[in-house]
Design a binder for this molecule. Structure first.
Ligand code: ADP
Ligand code: MG
Ligand code: MG
Length: 864
């Protein structure tokens, strides 16, 4: 190797877990295990780096210069170490060629086992081991896998041949096939190989090795892997490493076997290790489901010494990695080998349990324990679930927003609102949803759509509100005209009962019991630690006393966003319409006076529920016409219709809304503020923050602030008893934050609108039409409405925060967009000087965990 060549290959003996970017997770951990468990526990080998894969991809499939020679050198070292030679006729070295990316992509990339077997060396292996059945079993596996992985021989064809042979022999298990059967299979598979490639199965192990390495590289760009990366936001640019490892054999007879083992129960996280194993099998058999594996506890009866060694190793690995481990092992004639270890992916309850136990056992300190939790996954613990898993599935859709819900079917948002007002529980069923349907989301227990996926309007809005939703249920036919939903022969009408499970996508007409989520003692413990560690405050977005109460239960320290618009919907809509359509000032005053006591009662109840915690009330934000009937529903030529039509805007999102309303129709804001202050006067210790939306110009805030102060005086509220702030949700407000801050006691970044206006993206349009393609071609890796676009929108936020504090050092800074509940965004906010985030009640616990992780510097949502 000349000095200007890059190092493409590392022996296991020289790698370590810190090198995972270069060696992939599997390679780095195999190297680490070699170091800590000793070379006799881990079969030897070497790793071809991810950089080699990247170079291979960039050159369009050419072997990087120097790679062949470095592989040959490493192979020679492995041969010397093992005392065997690849392809040797007497005593061949066999290897596996294993993929392994930086993050594990289970089953997505390819692996070839038993490489090095040929027509000659299989005889050598048979003679050497005195076990011809084992030798031929290994060979048929190799021919089968190599054909499939390297040249695309159909796996289905292969399985067909095996099934056919077993049928002819009258046996059910692979293990019942004898040597002659296995020889026959090798011949058959070679035939399939010739059919697929027009060539004979390669008898030169070098050719085999070369082909397998390329195949693993190629599997990185295979469709399976690409789709998986899209879903899991893994960059295409990483590439996979390739691990070449000496084979050990679990299929050598009854004292051999293979298995997977977790250092703790992988479902509930309890300290007992769990897993499966199969005697006389190679690793593939355990996961493939071809045979039914045995519980890892039975290992103690099968081979007690191996069981003890394995338990000991699991403990060692867990201590070393400081996290629950997921391992693969093989026993060859009583000798235990470890083939893989990684931090275990686990469901939320297991993650929480592990964190608490790890601290109790002295394995981790609190910060480190919290860092092992995937904050986003905690969602699963915070929603109602079906209490009965044994129900008849009517249809299935996309599990779009977690939790379960049941109720009567309604087909329109209006019906949902009306039904909820009567105290009925309903599920809103639509082909798809739009902005106009959002009031129905509030009113419904759950949402079901026949179209759209995880990023549809219905899914996003439902997740934001913590409403369970199943979307894209293709078998459900919704006929709005007929007022029916049909699934096959089943016809359901409005008022019929239905239950949906947004965690699994299941839909049923059974009356399944719903179980309310209970925050377990362990979860409470973890949340308590998080509160000690975090510096970022966590509030909630809540518009109703019910949401507020739920949020307090989940640990919210206040309301960061109380929207007032829903207070004008439902049966109050006509009152609001009167305000807007009033012919003269007198009529308007009358209409407003009718609304005020209702608003006041709303505020009073919320303030009581919050018991002295801060409550940020946002003055009316949406465009007025949203409260009006559709013009077509009014008599043609009527003055009402003319007035409603005159209020229609070409682009309401950028029209008469937010503070602009307050400037154009001050009486409305005045009424809201009066209602709020009057309510506050009745509640002991009420802590009120008045928030003005959509401010662009400092003068806008100056004017509305003057109005608020006047009303405060008129209602006898003393100066220091309330604060006035603004939402920062327009680019100009970020750039001019120093000027705006003169009139604000606090800023709350409305990152939803800031994202829309900063990127010039209309959320619904982008998510429905553009997002998928943008992710496909690598412009985005996720929706900027889900995780803040930190270089762009986030930078504006930072500028706003910095300029605001230039004017007022103690300016309070919050975030109240949906990003306030997203772990990655929370990390960004923590590092931007934000004081608190505000998110939907159901995301409050997630935000508490994410805020703690940000404070201790844990990478958010990244799995080892
Ligand atoms: P995956 O990432 O899909 O699990 P692996 O590379 O881990 O793929 O290999 C697939 C199976 O083959 C596993 O069960 C593994 O334990 C087994 N295996 C891989 N290399 C060897 C080896 N050198 N000796 C014995 N079994 C092996
Ligand atoms: Mg594996
Ligand atoms: Mg807004």
């Amino acid at each position: 190797m000349t000095s200007d060549q890059r190092v493409w290959v590392h022996d296991f003996a020289t790698g370590s877990r810190e090198m995972r970017d270069l060696l992939g997770g599997k390679g780095a951990n195999v190297a680490e295990m070699t170091r800590i468990l000793g070379a006799d526990r881990v079969p030897g080998g070497f790793t071809i780096t991810t950089e080699a894969c990247v170079a291979y991809m960039e050159s369009g499939g050419a072997t990087p210069a120097g790679l062949d020679a470095q592989v040959a050198d490493a192979l020679a070292r492995l041969e010397a170490q093992s005392g065997r030679t690849l392809g040797d006729a007497d005593d061949p070295l066999l290897v596996s060629v294993r993929s392994g990316a930086r993050e594990s992509m289970p089953g997505m990339l390819d692996t070839v086992l038993n490489l090095g077997l040929t027509d000659r060396s299989v005889e050598g292996l048979a003679a050497r081991t005195g076990n011809p059945r084992f030798a031929w079993d290994s060979y048929r596996r190799f021919v089968q896998m190599y054909g499939n992985v390297v040249h695309g021989v159909s796996g289905e064809r292969i399985e067909q041949e095996i099934r056919a042979l077993k049928a002819r022999r009258g046996v059910t298990e692979d293990t019942e096939l004898d040597v002659d059967d296995l020889r026959e299979l090798v011949t058959t598979f070679k035939g399939l190989y010739r059919e697929a490639t027009g060539e004979d199965f390669p008898q030169d192990p070098q050719v085999q090795l070369d082909g397998a390495i390329r195949a693993v590289f190629d599997s990185w760009t295979g469709e399976r892997a690409v789709t998986y990366r899209r879903l899991n936001r893994i960059p295409d640019s990483w590439g996979t490493a390739v691990n070449v490892q000496q084979m050990v054999f679990g299929n050598k007879g009854e004292t051999s076997g293979s298995g997977v083992a977790f250092s703790r129960d992988e479902v509930d996280g309890s300290p007992e290790p769990s897993g499966d194993f199969l005697p006389n099998a190679q690793g593939e058999d355990v996961v493939s489901g071809v045979r039914t594996p045995r519980d890892i506890r039975e290992l103690a009866d099968w081979q007690p010494a191996v069981h003890e060694q394995l338990m000991d190793i699991l403990r060692t690995l867990e201590r070393h990695y400081g996290d629950m481990q997921d391992t693969e092992f093989t026993v060859e004639e009583g000798h235990l080998y470890m083939l893989q270890t990684r931090n275990a992916k686990r469901p939320a309850q297991a993650a929480v349990r592990f964190a608490v136990d790890a601290v109790a056992e002295g394995l981790l300190d609190r910060g480190a324990a919290i860092a092992t939790i995937d904050a986003a996954s905690l969602d699963a613990l915070l929603h109602p679930t079906f209490g009965n898993l044994d129900y008849t599935v009517l249809a299935r859709g996309v599990a779009a927003s977690p939790g379960a819900a049941k109720g009567e079917i309604v087909f329109t948002a209006k019906e949902a609102v009306a039904a909820a007002a009567e105290g009925r529980e309903v599920v809103l069923v639509r082909p798809f949803t739009e902005a106009d349907d959002v009031a129905g989301f509030h009113a419904a227990r759950g949402i079901l759509t026949s179209e759209g996926g995880k990023a549809s309007h219905a899914a996003l809005v439902a997740r934001g509100m913590g409403r369970p939703a199943v979307t894209g249920a293709g078998d459900v036919e919704i006929d709005l005209a007929a007022g029916e939903m049909r699934v096959g022969d089943v016809v359901l009408r409005a008022g019929d009962r239905i239950a949906i499970n947004g965690t699994t996508g299941g839909i049923t007409t059974d009356d399944v019991p719903l179980v309310e989520p209970e925050i377990s003692a362990e979860f409470l413990t973890v949340l308590g630690w998080c509160d000690e560690l975090r510096t970022l405050g966590v509030r909630t977005n809540a518009d109703t006393p019910q949401d507020a109460a739920k949020a307090i239960e989940f640990g919210a320290e206040g309301i960061g966003l109380c929207r007032t618009e829903h207070m004008f919907l439902g049966d109050r809509q006509p009152l609001m319409a009167d305000v807007i359509l009033a012919a003269d000032d007198e009529a308007r005053t009358r209409a407003i006076d009718a609304l005020r006591p209702l608003q006041e009662a709303d505020f009073e109840e919320i303030l009581r529920t919050m018991a002295g915690r801060p409550v940020t009330v946002r003055l009316l934000d949406p465009p007025l016409h949203e409260f009006l009937p559709h013009p077509h529903d009014l008599p043609e030529g009527s003055p009402e219709r003319a007035r409603v039509e005159s209020l229609q805007e070409a682009n309401p999102m950028l029209g008469t809304r937010g503070v602009r309303l307050g400037i154009l129709m001050p009486a409305l804001y005045e009424m809201q503020v009066r209602a709020l202050f009057t309510a506050a006067a009745k509640v002991d210790g009420a802590n009120v923050e008045v928030m003005v939306p959509l401010v662009d110009y400092e003068r806008e805030l100056e004017l509305v602030r003057a109005l608020i102060e006047r009303v405060a005086q008129e209602t006898g509220v003393p100066d220091g008893a309330y604060t006035v702030g603004t939402m920062i949700e327009l680019p100009r407000a970020c750039f001019l934050a120093d000027a705006i801050a003169h009139y604000a006691d606090f800023f709350s970044f409305g990152t939803n609108d800031l994202t829309q206006t900063g990127l010039g993206f209309s959320r619904d349009d982008i998510e429905a039409r553009i997002l998928a393609r943008y992710i496909d071609v690598g412009i985005l890796d996720r929706s900027p409405f889900e995780t803040i676009d930190s270089p762009g929108v986030g930078q504006m936020l930072r500028m706003g925060a910095w300029l605001g504090r230039k004017t007022k050092r103690d300016l309070k800074l919050g975030v109240c967009g949906e990003h306030g509940g997203d772990p990655d965004s929370i990390d960004f906010f923590h590092h931007s000087g934000i004081d608190y985030v505000s998110c939907s009640p159901f995301r409050v616990p997630i935000a508490r965990v994410a805020a703690a992780q940000a404070a201790i510097g844990a990478p958010a949502g990244v799995w080892a």
